[in-house]
Design a protein around this ligand. Structure first.
Ligand SMILES: [Zn+2]
Length: 277
């Protein structure tokens, strides 16, 4: 992987005053600047969003991208997008903006959501203070702390020689199959989650569970942790409460795959790039 151009950070005391890259949300949609008129977007850069006629309710530092300060912001409800700008959902933004900006937009979405949802202490009702040295809100009265919520989920490519186990949910686009995925339960290891989800959804038992990689998934605050595994036994049977279908697919006859950039697709592409065994 190339080094990230982004350096996370909460403050930049020595930074010269200047233009900021804004990741500003109006509800769940990001304020973007149209570029080139071809459904391509950028984020607005300005010293202050008031320069664009917008009112910021609250903002948080994110860090620096290519040496430029980045901030998340929540815009006042009902603020019309300035000329040449639009509000776009993160899902629609995917593939229409620099991938590094897309990743940062996901980070900003989670940060502004956390900032908005934690104004007051849930334990005692006092107003919370934002930590200066780490991403936390603290209650000065009762010492409660509130970190951004991140929910882990696992996804796994199960292989059996030249074929892999693929599943289909009713909400998927026609003909598309993905991989077994599910949320981690309290007290569970990631590997335990992988084995449980595969067994629950398909009846299949697996072994050789190995870490592959991870991907933040800000819809709204997940992290997908990817694994590979091998078939170890069991007859395929589909849990129709969770899935529309599950099947073994041969590497020469795969169905429509999940979109590029998804961790499901990266797992499948990495498997296809290895010789069959
Ligand atoms: Zn409190």
């Amino acid at each position: 992987m190339p080094p990230s151009r982004f350096r996370p950070g909460l403050s930049r005391p020595n930074a010269p005053p200047g233009e900021v890259a804004w990741f500003a949300f109006h509800g769940d949609e990001l304020l973007v600047r149209a570029v080139g008129g071809n459904d391509r977007f950028d984020v607005p850069i300005a010293a202050d969003l008031a320069d664009l006629g917008l009112r910021v309710v609250r903002a948080q530092p994110l860090g620096e991208l290519d040496g430029r300060s980045c901030r998340s912001a929540e815009l006042a409800p009902g603020s019309p997008a300035p000329a040449g700008h639009a509000y776009v959902s993160l899902r629609r933004l995917h593939g229409r903006i620099d991938p590094e900006l897309f990743d940062l937009a996901g980070t900003a979405y989670q940060v502004q959501h956390w900032d908005r949802a934690h104004q007051y202490c849930a334990a005692c009702g006092a107003e919370l203070e934002t930590g200066l040295d780490e991403r936390v809100k603290r209650c000065a009265r009762c010492a409660s702390s509130y970190f951004p919520r991140i929910t882990p989920a696992t996804i796994v490519l199960v292989e059996d020689g030249p074929r892999i186990l693929m599943t289909r949910q009713a909400r998927f686009p026609a003909g598309m199959y993905g991989l077994v995925a599910g949320f981690v339960e309290p007290g569970e290891t990631l590997e335990g989650c992988v084995a449980r989800e595969v067994h629950e959804e398909t009846g299949v038992d697996i072994g050789d569970i190995a870490y592959f990689g991870s991907q933040p998934w800000p819809f709204p605050h997940q992290i997908m942790v990817g694994f590979t595994a091998r078939y170890a036994g069991g007859e395929l049977r589909v849990d129709t409460r969770e899935l529309e279908d599950a099947r073994w697919f041969h590497r020469d006859a795969l169905p429509t795959l999940p979109p590029p950039l998804s961790i499901a697709r990266k797992l499948i592409d990495a498997w296809l790039a290895r010789p069959a065994r």
